[in-house]
Design a protein around this ligand. Structure first.
Ligand code: IMP
Length: 427
């Protein structure tokens, strides 16, 4: 057992950082393979809380090597400010490896992210505004700037100028914004070159060698299945492939290297940004979930939209990611409800669907059909094994397992590292 992927099964913010960090103590490498600093991982270690956006959360475990894979888009300002923030708190964060092929988020990507959102008006995606989408667009368009470009100044300047030529025309003529200076962008990037050089690596080679040696490599998904550019609620998605298969492309390992895929599912559902969300609650239960669950974005501080557990979402994620295990998070947030609703089907134009609808139009018309299970009032935050949980809590977990079709191997019962009920070992 050596290649393990952790992937979000809903719309992100499932608490992947906690699960990754839990495993991090026993793994040799923790790899980010998609997304950028649009992610938000909160990890609580003892009395310290760490909010990470770009760095893999395994960075907090001294024995593991954190890696930023080729599939990540890197904002160098954010990279070094997160590293410096951790160094100041005594975490040896500068041992990270960054792929020479990873693309960079530059100042113009951030500007474009914001102006296009404003331009879209009512049709906006609700992005995090970090420049992630435009950086991936440049990658696919073959006008991106990569980590390795920082070490060939003349090439860097040519590439930045070429990339900006069309963008400046767009900024000035369509969006009525000032043009961006290519020299200024290049100078800004070059100021990071000396610090970046010792971190840059052929990370695909490093990871394949590590797997050959039987080392444990954990691929840490950012965002989640339903934000995937192919399988998510397009166009209300992120611009990369957070699904498990994305680990192969975004880190450079073949599919047969992946032995286990752990899906992280929150015991209820949340979403930030725009897009369809059939189970969304607009009443006081939604507000209560938001307050008790602390459902405010780690990256943007935006209040998250909340709803009950939607089995259709997680069931689809189980199928497409070939999940071997589920890690259920934030179960403690559901303590105190008399009955707990679970979305078991959608009603779309009078027809009952038990799998996600095939088209965007149908998804926009989906209404949740609930099943109700008994709630519990006991404090479960000190539970450490399944038998510590009240019977009603166990029944809720079993019902979710049936609906998802994948075993639940771990349960989060509070924000602390130790507040976990482990059922099956994840390694
Ligand atoms: P972008 O990734 O900034 O382009 O945003 C695209 C969509 O993905 C928006 O709806 C964001 O709110 C959402 N999103 C991006 N990253 C995360 C995340 O880490 N958690 C939850 N939602 C995210």
């Amino acid at each position: 057992m050596s290649g393990i992927v952790i992937v979000g099964t809903q719309w992100g913010d499932e608490g992947k950082g906690k699960a990754t960090d839990q495993l991090g103590e026993r793994v040799d490498y923790v790899v980010r393979y998609s997304g950028g600093n649009n992610a938000g991982h909160t990890v609580v270690v003892g009395s310290e809380t760490y909010a990470l956006h770009l760095l893999p959360s395994g960075i907090l475990n001294a024995n593991c090597i954190p890696v930023i894979g080729n599939g990540v888009v890197v904002d160098l300002g954010v990279l070094f400010s997160e590293i410096d923030g951790l160094l100041a708190r005594g975490v040896q964060a500068d041992r990270i490896l960054v792929s020479s092929n990873a693309h960079l988020i530059t100042a113009y990507h951030q500007v474009l992210d914001r102006v296009t959102e404003r331009f879209l008006g009512r049709r906006k995606i609700g992005t995090t505004g970090r420049g992630v989408g435009p950086a991936y667009a440049d990658k696919v368009n073959r006008v991106g700037i990569r980590v390795q470009d920082l070490f060939d100044e003349s090439i860097l300047r040519q590439k930045v100028s070429a990339s900006l030529e069309q963008k400046n025309a767009l900024l000035v003529k369509v969006y009525n914004r000032p043009a961006i200076s290519a020299d200024q962008v290049s100078d800004e990037l070059l100021q990071y070159a000396d610090r970046l050089r010792p971190l840059m690596a052929d990370t695909a080679l490093v990871l394949n060698d590590a797997l050959d040696q039987g080392k444990v490599v954990l691929f840490e998904g950012a965002q989640a299945h339903h934000l995937d550019v192919d399988f998510g609620t397009y166009p209300y998605v992120t611009s990369s492939s957070p699904i498990a298969a994305g680990a192969c492309i975004g880190a450079g390992v073949g599919p047969t290297r992946i032995d286990r895929v752990i899906g992280i599912a929150k015991a209820y559902t949340t979403r930030v940004g725009e897009g369809p969300f059939p189970a969304e609650l607009f009443d006081e239960s939604g507000e209560k979930l938001r307050q008790i669950g602390g459902e405010f974005g780690t990256t943007t501080g935006r209040p998250r939209r909340c709803g009950w557990f939607d089995a259709l979402l997680v069931n689809q994620a189980a199928r497409i990611n070939a999940l071997t295990d589920i890690f259920l998070t934030k179960l403690d947030v559901l303590t105190g409800w008399e009955k707990i609703p679970i979305v078991v089907a959608y009603e779309i134009n009078g027809v009952r669907h038990t799998t996600m609808p095939m088209t965007q139009t149908d998804l926009h018309h989906a209404k949740p059909i609930y099943e109700y299970v008994e709630g519990w009032s006991e404090d479960i935050s000190t539970a450490r094994q399944l038998s510590d949980l009240p019977a009603a809590t166990r029944a809720y977990v079993t019902r979710l397992e049936e609906l998802i079709g994948v075993r639940i191997s771990g349960i989060g019962v509070g924000p602390g590292r130790e507040q976990t009920v482990m059922i099956n070992d994840l390694l």
